[in-house]
Design a protein around this ligand. Structure first.
Ligand code: ARG
Length: 484
């Protein structure tokens, strides 16, 4: 039965630390140190950790079966209240852990007050964070998979759409749009792999580490680890409570992904400009101007680019937060949560809008073809043509360069230069040079693994799709740890 004693203590923050303290925490200091507004997001992880701990305590006869039943019932009620949004969070109770424990104790009395036996908030929060980060890494990786799938699909539609590939933002050589889109797929795939890898490495249980040095109670660390889906208990109690490198790893993977999305966003901004005109955003992913009626602005792509800055900031915050912290737990670590949550939220929302945008964007094959006709994107073909006739590449390169200059002077392109102009620069030229100058021929001759010839691109898309299929739940190997 909840006694008055517990009800009173649960309702107020005074002397929350028991006998050692005479006075309340200063009100400004209390506000300064309260974290519940942020860390209440870990509530379900916190309850899962508490249930695992309580069941283990009962199995080791540290608490009674009756206490366990009370704790299970109380936590189930609290979880239902949190899910329904009716749970009353109290900043005076500092953090998510104290809020839930106080509410439990108010509900079930002594049993609630026994829950924290052999546990500290230090191993508790480290456990909550690992559970949260693990699931978030896997969920974000699945969002990346979804974007990759859309890109593979759009690439298949555009296997025969050619455009100039760029270096230094100068037209360079012709490629297939499918090849270009597949490049983003590969980048994103590494991002997903980094997140899954981070999830795998962080999958160790801190429970049983106590505040820093374990506990005198005969805890079964294997049991709690198993119950929470961890691969094993962490090997060192100081490390398990003080380590946040798993958050740095997650944020680094997220920042890398955010930077990829930013580059992609920037490219879409460029491509949707009138100067390029390679894409038109669907109305659902563009905005108008409040002043200029003709405008269709790629705001969503711009914001994907812009929001990457936050994620880089989150990574830097997590790194600097840990600089200079001695072992073991230090309260500084409470500041890990805002950047952690922000990094996941920002990348997940960026992925969601990028996926919608790429599913609906219209590719302008006509504009891409027009761009191919300018910019001498087949100048390399001239040099390569000469090389196949035995001319050393450096010399062939110089000949091709002179031909480009002649074409520029005439305001013409290479394919419009008469054969005698070619022959004046090198005697071995014949009519077949005009075939080589066709962008479609130039692309097709790039018939190497990873290059843009049609069959190579289709093979690359098949491989990417097979990789994605193997990760889809229910088909083949699961995402790293077999967790949905
Ligand atoms: N709110 C704290 C955090 O997030 C929980 C651990 C507090 N531990 C302590 N010894 N004060 O880090």
């Amino acid at each position: 039965m909840p006694s008055d004693r517990y009800a009173r203590r649960a309702m107020s923050s005074d002397k929350a630390w028991g006998g050692r303290f005479d006075a309340d925490l200063d009100a400004t200091a209390a506000r300064f140190s309260a974290s519940v507004d942020t860390d209440k997001r870990l509530a379900l992880e916190d309850i899962a950790g508490s249930l695992a701990h309580a069941r283990m305590l009962a199995s080791r006869a540290v608490i009674s079966a009756a206490d366990l039943a009370d704790i299970e019932r109380g936590l189930a009620e609290i979880r239902a209240e949190i899910e329904a949004g009716t749970f009353e969070w109290d900043a005076a109770r500092e953090d998510v852990h104290m809020n839930i424990e106080a509410a439990l104790t108010a509900k079930v009395g002594d049993a609630g007050a026994r829950l924290h036996t052999g546990r500290s908030r230090n191993d508790q929060v480290a456990t909550d964070l690992r559970l949260f980060a693990r699931e978030s890494c896997l969920r974000t990786a699945r969002r990346i998979d979804a974007l990759e799938s859309v890109l593979v699909e759009r690439a298949r539609e555009h296997v025969d759409t050619l455009l100039p590939g760029y270096t230094h933002l100068q037209r360079a050589q012709p490629i297939r749009l499918a090849h270009h889109l597949h490049a983003w797929v590969e980048m994103l795939d590494r991002d997903a792999a980094r997140l899954r890898d981070a999830a795998r490495r962080m999958n160790e249980s801190p429970l049983g580490s106590g505040a820093l040095a374990g506990t005198t109670f005969p805890l079964d660390r294997e049991m709690t680890a198993r119950e929470l889906g961890f691969d094993r208990p962490a090997a060192n109690s100081l490390d398990a409570t003080a380590d946040r490198d798993f958050l740095v790893e997650s944020a680094a993977a997220l920042a890398t992904c955010a930077i990829h999305l930013s580059r992609f966003g920037e490219e879409l901004v460029l491509w949707s400009s009138q100067e390029f005109g390679f894409v038109e955003m669907s109305d659902a992913f563009a905005t108008g101007s409040s002043m200029m009626p003709q405008k269709k602005n790629p705001d969503i792509a711009e914001l994907i680019r812009g929001k990457s800055a936050r994620v880089v900031g989150d990574l830097v915050t997590l790194l600097v937060l840990q600089k200079g912290l001695p072992l073991a737990y230090n309260r500084d670590l409470q500041e890990d949560k805002p950047p952690l949550f922000d990094a996941f939220d920002t990348v997940e929302s960026s992925l969601a809008v990028m996926t919608g945008m790429m599913a609906t964007v219209r590719f302008r094959a006509d504009r891409m073809a027009a761009a191919l006709r300018e910019g001498f994107v087949t100048a390399t073909e001239v040099a390569d043509w000469l090389v196949t006739r035995g001319v050393p590449f450096r010399e062939a390169h110089a000949v091709a360069g002179r031909l480009v200059r002649i074409a520029l002077e005439r305001g013409s392109d290479l394919v419009s230069l008469p054969l005698d102009v070619f022959r004046r620069e090198h005697a071995s030229f014949d009519d077949s040079i005009y075939v080589a100058l066709d962008p479609a021929v130039a692309v097709e001759r790039r018939d190497l693994l990873g290059a843009p010839a049609r069959a190579r691109v289709l093979a690359a898309l098949d491989a990417a799709e097979a990789r994605l299929d193997a990760r889809r739940p229910g088909i083949g190997a699961a995402d790293g740890q077999g967790r949905a």
